[in-house]
Design a protein around this ligand. Structure first.
Ligand code: SF4
Length: 317
């Protein structure tokens, strides 16, 4: 939960989550939909899908017990090199070296590593591994993580309090705050799409499930066209609409920022008299007041608010 998210945001979710699924077995027995629903608002839903799949694999392949080695942990869904090393070291006392952003900063300064991140990561990991002790490797990695979080901070490291002050080359050269260097990130691209808010004669809205893998995988959404890298021309943006009816394109767009791109969605609304547009088993009709019962990502909640704001403005006219 804490990947890309602050403790303050996670705290309530963590307690609710553990209250509901206190064991690996309980989490494995839950449906993906329940887990995604409990995750609503935390974002980065791949974490929820992986957590659920990981619980399933631990129960099915390891008798409900987490494996203890880095390599066996790496085979579990959602566990990458950092997490595998961290769990092996901290939970099972194995001599491994997890390297997070805090550790990278400390090590880059300690050894005065000039080359920029992210390319220099393997070098930093090697340096970090060279310092990992045989005894209590889990305590060691947590100590370095904490050193980076509390003393060797990004802007103004408190070197006078640091237990590694005597051996830190960047400190001796007076340039601790300049390291580590980073390669400039290319600007985020923008993608463009149209999302379709289709109501039936009972006022229910058409929802569909996204494919299980990939961006917002397994979550519910209003149908939309392809999110492409250039704006859709006005005469083409309705061509993938879920019903051949007259669509109203709402003024203004819904904007959302994902990790790798920004999105601008035009919202089109329409009403069908028949419910015959339901042509896909992944699609369902849902009353607007029940949308909260479904795992809708923040983007789709923004779409809901956008439609509601325009409906309210129309009603006031
Ligand atoms: Fe970081 Fe300063 Fe300690 Fe070096 S001496 S590791 S720069 S806090």
């Amino acid at each position: 939960m804490l990947q890309q998210t602050t403790v303050a945001t996670v705290k309530g979710y963590f307690e609710t989550f553990l209250g509901r699924w206190p064991t690996v077995d309980a989490l494995a027995a839950a449906s993906l939909d329940e887990v995604l629903h409990a995750w609503q608002g935390l974002g980065y839903y791949a974490r929820a899908r992986n957590l659920h799949a990981c619980a399933g694999a631990v129960v099915a392949d390891h008798d409900g017990q987490f494996p203890e080695t880095e390599s066996a942990l790496l085979d579990l869904p959602g566990i990458g090199p950092y997490t595998a090393a961290a769990v092996a070291a901290i939970a099972f006392g194995r001599k491994t070296t997890p390297v997070d952003g805090n550790v990278e900063r400390v090590i880059a300064r300690l050894f005065s590593v000039e080359d920029p991140l992210p390319g220099v990561k393997p070098v930093l990991k090697e340096h970090a591994a060279s310092l990992t002790p045989e005894r209590r490797p889990g305590d060691y990695v947590q100590a370095v993580m904490d050193l980076g979080a509390t003393i060797c901070t990004p802007r103004s490291p408190a070197c006078s309090l640091c237990p590694w002050q005597h051996r830190c080359t960047a400190h001796h050269q007076g340039r601790a705050a300049d390291l580590p260097r980073r390669q400039k990130k290319p600007p985020k691209p923008t993608r463009f799409g149209t999302v379709f808010w289709l109501e039936n004669s009972s006022g229910e809205v058409l929802l569909q499930r996204r494919p299980p893998k990939g961006l917002l995988g397994g979550l519910m959404e209003f149908p939309s066209n392809n999110w492409r890298e250039t704006p859709w021309p006005p005469d083409k943006r309705l061509q993938d609409a879920p019903a051949a009816v007259t669509w109203r394109v709402l003024p203004e767009v819904v904007r959302h920022v994902f990790t790798h791109f920004s999105l601008e969605l035009t919202v089109a609304t329409a009403r069908v008299e028949q419910e015959s547009t339901k042509h896909d088993s992944q699609q369902i009709w849902v009353a607007p007041e029940s949308l909260g019962d479904h795992a809708l990502p923040t983007l789709m909640k923004k779409v809901t608010r956008h439609v509601a704001a325009h409906a309210a403005a129309d009603g006031a006219k």
